[in-house]
Write a protein that binds this ligand. Structure first.
Ligand SMILES: Nc1ncnc2c1ncn2[C@@H]1O[C@H](COP(=O)(O)OP(=O)(O)OP(=O)(O)O)[C@@H](O)[C@H]1O
Length: 287
């Protein structure tokens, strides 16, 4: 990967220390919720965090973070696009998504490769990200135009790039992880590790974990492929409740930036405790 050529993107992201790209081999495995949890966990540790949704056809971060679309679209300032901020805490979390740009939340975006490429370039070069410890980038499932655009535009920042791969324990998802890993090798993108999501179900009454699907596949694969296993997250009904409420809050917040205390509610879910171990390993990767 070529490095060190200054571009509008490298200038814009000059003060972003680490860029973490979240990948999954297939859809619906929880990539966006892991991106959200990762961003919130890093934020809860006092880091300055931004989160970028590059899933242009199915953006879900605005709903997951409880942030509404501004009536007038994303604000422009003389220094670029102003991100939307999640959570009313003193230190806010910058969010950008195509979900803030479409007229209605239910509009779908059907774009060909060049338009997607231009949108991703704009997200990286025009958004006023400011000083960040981490920029977490959620991507569409698989490896497509969006991933290639990201890698192309971020090439001058290759020393600050890394990735997290999300899978579920089922075999189909796991075989897709191999494709994801081949992609990271082909583009020389370092892998921090693998997260196995929806691995078992925690009974809300007794706390016992039942393995609905097979278990341990993600860890075995990580060992086989020589990547770190970051941890497993069960199906968490409390997390689902928080995410559902966040979605409703996002609907109600049209035209305003959110003051929703998502982080505080998120901290009370079982997943938050479990995610701490994953966030520890992510932070340790950079030490
Ligand atoms: N650990 C979990 N416990 C409970 N629900 C979860 C968990 N992880 C994800 N979900 C739920 O599963 C659904 C899919 O998750 P998510 O949207 O994060 O997946 P994705 O891989 O990003 O999907 P897409 O293919 O649409 O990008 C969401 O409704 C989310 O709330």
């Amino acid at each position: 990967m070529a490095a060190s050529v200054e571009t509008p993107i490298s200038r814009r992201l000059k003060h972003v220390r680490h860029i973490i790209i979240v990948l999954s081999g297939k859809g619906g495995v929880g990539k966006s919720s892991v991106s959200t949890q990762l961003a919130l966990s890093l934020h809860a540790r006092g880091n300055r965090v931004g989160i970028l949704d590059t899933d242009l056809t199915g953006p879900s971060l605005p709903r997951m973070l409880g942030v509404g679309r501004s009536d007038t679209g994303v604000h422009q300032s003389s220094e670029g696009w102003v991100p939307v901020y999640a959570d009313g805490a003193e230190q806010r979390m910058a969010v950008m998504s195509v979900g803030f740009l479409v007229k209605s939340r239910d509009d779908s975006v059907v774009w060909r490769g060049p338009k997607k490429n231009a949108m991703i370039r704009q997200f990286l070069s025009d958004v006023r990200w400011g000083e960040l410890d981490f920029l977490v980038i959620d991507t569409p499932p698989g490896t497509s135009d969006e991933h290639l655009s990201l890698m192309e535009h971020l090439a001058p920042l290759s020393s600050r790039l890394s990735s997290v791969i999300v899978t579920t324990p089922q075999a189909v998802a796991l075989s897709d992880v191999i494709k994801c890993l081949s992609f990271t090798r082909a583009v020389e993108l370092p892998v921090i590790g693998l997260v196995e999501n929806m691995s078992g179900y925690v009974c809300p009454c007794c706390g016992e974990v039942s393995n609905i699907f097979s278990t341990g596949g993600g860890e075995a694969m990580a060992t086989r492929e020589g990547v770190d296993f970051l941890g497993r997250l069960p199906v968490d009904t409390e997390l689902v409740e928080v995410l559902d409420d966040a979605a409703m809050e996002a609907e109600a917040e049209e035209g305003a930036q959110s003051s929703f205390g998502l982080l505080e509610r998120y901290k009370k879910t079982p997943t938050f405790g479990l995610f701490a171990g994953i966030a520890d390993k992510v932070v340790a990767f950079f030490d």
